[in-house]
Design a protein around this ligand. Structure first.
Ligand SMILES: *Cc1c(COP(=O)(O)O)cnc(C)c1O
Length: 374
């Protein structure tokens, strides 16, 4: 999905004189704000780096707690761990895979500082209810919007639904910069601090230095910048995002229809789209029934033999990953809904590299694989 315009834009950077701290990263930020319909964008080296910066801005440290979903990428929790604070996990809603908002209030303690919900597979989590709970307890809300390019609630884009949100441009996400991420926030002061903190905490940008190489450092910062090669790729990829999303929606709808009559599978969060909620249709995840659950890996293998690439979102609930289990002592019986999704689901591709005929092929491959294990 890297086209001629992307290649030309990257070649331009290579033929020029500026590889970092240049106009492309700034242009990408402005273009992303325009795409999202508002906010202040800060380009970073990855979604993980952006999440870390937000947690640093909260001044988190040992003794603090941040609520995160059990069913997410490990980065959501790691970004809390980096600060010495403790991630507190909340189980998934079994129908959508999103954080179970009903279970959220039970996880809040005197030490809770923030909630970091994830729009699971691009389906918007109920940000209204999360916002209400957060404001009742005086907590910050940051969206892990890694899979949420195009995710909207009542027309408002992810990243603008809480205090800030972070997107990922890792190759398998909605569009790519190789590696990269973007923080989006409504708060211009926060954006300015994040822009400093992603570049060592230096007090002035390269253009603002009277004497070349002369600057002061006013905060503890990181090297979490996005380079010009990545940003050039991002600017060109972003132009294609409306078509990418349209294709994803059409593919998702066609695949869901083609699988509608198949017994013993359930499509996770089919109700992605409604009057108020717009999904980014990251993938179509099917959850196998009791009958088929133990055959999941055999089914995956059979689909793979048909040439269909699949994945699992996510392979284990984060608190069941060895690092978290060993550190905090979670049992494998905890977070049963998240575990059910991890153990029984197969994520099928609906990306813009595929068309409606491919969806028929994917559906036929899954149907045949299921027939084989019956
Ligand atoms: C992919 C992903 C991340 C990590 O993104 P990077 O850009 O690779 O750091 C974080 N959270 C979620 C939900 C993801 O899917």
């Amino acid at each position: 999905m890297i086209g001629p315009r992307e290649r030309a834009a990257v070649a331009d950077v290579l033929n020029g004189t500026v590889l970092v701290h240049g106009p492309r990263a700034v242009a990408f930020e402005r273009a992303f704000e325009e795409w999202a319909g508002g906010g202040h964008a800060v380009a970073v080296g990855s979604c993980t780096a952006g999440l870390h910066l937000l947690n640093v801005e909260l001044g988190l440290g040992p003794g603090d707690e941040v609520i995160v979903p059990a069913q997410t990428h490990v980065a959501t929790a790691h970004a809390v761990e980096f600060t010495g604070a403790k991630p507190v996990f909340v189980d998934a809603d079994v129908d959508t895979g999103n954080l179970d908002v009903d279970a959220l209030a039970d996880a809040i303690t005197e030490r809770t500082r923030a909630i970091v919900p994830v729009h699971f597979l691009g389906l918007p989590v109920d940000m209204d209810r999360i916002g209400e709970i957060a404001s009742r307890h005086g907590l910050s809300v940051f969206e892990d919007a890694a899979l949420a390019v195009g995710t909207r609630q009542r027309g408002v884009h992810a990243g603008l639904l809480g205090g800030a949100g972070v997107f990922s441009f890792y190759p398998v996400k909605h569009f790519t910069t190789g590696e990269g991420g973007m923080i989006l926030t409504q708060d211009p002061k926060l954006a300015a601090r994040l822009a400093k903190r992603r570049a060592f905490g230096v007090d002035r940008t390269v253009e603002k230095r009277d004497v070349p190489g002369h600057y002061d450092v006013t905060m503890l910062g990181y090297n979490y910048r996005m380079n010009e090669l990545a940003a050039a790729l991002g600017v060109e990829q972003l132009r294609r995002v409306p078509q990418f999303l349209e294709r994803r929606r059409a593919n998702f709808t066609a695949l869901a229809e083609a699988l509608a009559g198949v017994d013993d599978i359930r499509i996770l969060a089919t109700g992605g789209d409604s009057e108020t909620h717009t999904s980014s249709h990251y993938c179509l995840s099917v959850v196998l029934s009791n009958e088929l659950a133990s055959a999941r890996n055999t089914i995956v293998e059979a689909i793979g033999e048909c040439g269909v690439g699949t994945s699992i979102y996510y392979p284990r609930p984060v608190p069941h990953m060895t690092y978290y289990r060993d550190k905090y002592g979670y049992s494998s019986a905890s977070f049963p809904n998240a575990a059910r999704i991890s153990n029984r689901s197969i994520a099928l591709p609906v990306g813009p590299h595929l068309d409606l005929n491919d969806m028929q092929y994917v559906a036929a491959s899954l149907t045949a694989a299921i027939a084989k294990v019956r």
